[in-house]
Design a protein around this ligand. Structure first.
Ligand code: FES
Length: 78
């Protein structure tokens, strides 16, 4: 599912980048361009990072004992 509409970045792509060693929000922003346009996806990107096991000190969010539901934005038809 698309997480960043502006840059057409999916949660799968974010997870693949994390699996390849990207381990900070800034790095994801640099590598994929997420949250670099309107910025509305920043929280969703952090949610994906959290659910992918990236440490809170690197993704900028606190750990939760329970899974955090993801918030996605849907692309509107032109
Ligand atoms: S939705 Fe990601 S920068 Fe706009």
């Amino acid at each position: 599912m698309i997480v960043c509409v502006c840059k057409s970045v999916s949660d799968r792509k974010i997870r693949a980048s994390i699996a390849d060693g990207v381990d900070s929000f800034d790095e994801l922003q640099f590598e994929l361009g997420v949250a670099s346009c309107c910025g509305k996806c920043a929280e969703s990107v952090r949610d994906v990072m959290l659910q992918s096991g990236v440490c809170a000190s690197r993704c900028g969010v606190e750990h939760y004992a329970q899974a955090v539901p993801l918030t996605f934005y849907e692309r509107k038809a032109a």
